[in-house]
Ligand binder design. Sequence first.
Ligand SMILES: Nc1ncnc2c1ncn2[C@@H]1O[C@H](COP(=O)(O)OP(=O)(O)OP(=O)(O)O)[C@@H](O)[C@H]1O
Ligand SMILES: N[C@@H](CCO)C(=O)O
Length: 310
Amino acid sequence: MSGPVFRGGPVTVRPPATTANIGPGYDALGAALTWYDEVELAVADTGLTVELDGEGAADLPRDEGHLLVRAARAAFDRLGGQPPGLRLRCVNTIPQARGLGSSSAAVVGGIVAARALVEGGDELLDDEAALALAAEIEGHPDNVAPCLLGGVTIAWADDVTGRARAARMEPAAGVHPVICVPALRGYTAASRGLLPADVPHAEAAANAGRAALLVRALTAAPELLLPATRDWLHQNYRRPSMPQSLDLVDALRAEGIPAVVSGAGPTVLAFSAMPGTEGVEAIATKVAGSDTFAVTALDVSTAGAAVIQR
Ligand SMILES: Nc1ncnc2c1ncn2[C@@H]1O[C@H](COP(=O)(O)OP(=O)(O)OP(=O)(O)O)[C@@H](O)[C@H]1O
Ligand SMILES: N[C@@H](CCO)C(=O)O
């Protein structure tokens, strides 16, 4: 069989930051945010060059071990073969290891860029296949789904194949995310290690009800976000690894502001009543007194990882 036909590129992809769980939607619910990394990938004559700017540039590998390169390589394998060489440039702005889906942005960015470098790539590796591959590599479909598809997503594993699937929804106009990003990093694997094997049935039942309510709140009724973001499955168990984040969640909720831990933390995601900087005031007041968190008002990104130049 002949290999794929490559376009030279470069192609440029903008994968968004994402927030997962959003309270009770543990490992399922997610949303894309208007904060993006930028990935430029081109076919080269030979070898691999990796140029990194911004977040993580000092620490991330510049070889085949780079997460985005690994994801692009896996995508090329699915697309029929590897190019003779690769040139990668990343401009990273999404804070890493903070619960904002930076690893998903790298994985999805690599897959989407690789398929854009192959003639017919969008059909050979469609969004359903790209999602399954991204979840295989990243491990958590609740971040990769909104990163790929944009908007608000529900992810699950197919009962027969185990492959990641997702349903995408449009966010309601009144959903205004505000993120409070701490200086300290937190790693997903460590944060998952704090979760118990079992939870009481009554708490699982309460959580299921709020997760259902959360879908309605995010897509049609933002006024329900406070009750809809209450969780019983993960946040409190994770408190020892990010006490300041949980204290901030508690303080905001006590003021009637919907707030949760973003993904595996330690970023706190709150929802303001108003868009933009006006909306952050009430939240910033609660954060004041601690210089630990940087507060930024965002929107839900209706676009997922888009090819902005090919
Ligand atoms: N842009 C990137 N390029 C390459 N590797 C990255 C990039 N962003 C993150 N990573 C890798 O992923 C690790 C962070 O993954 P982790 O899943 O712990 O955090 P996160 O993806 O930022 O948060 P979460 O999954 O909870 O939303 C980093 O330490 C780094 O090894
Ligand atoms: N659902 C995951 C998100 C991180 O990818 C967690 O909370 O561990």
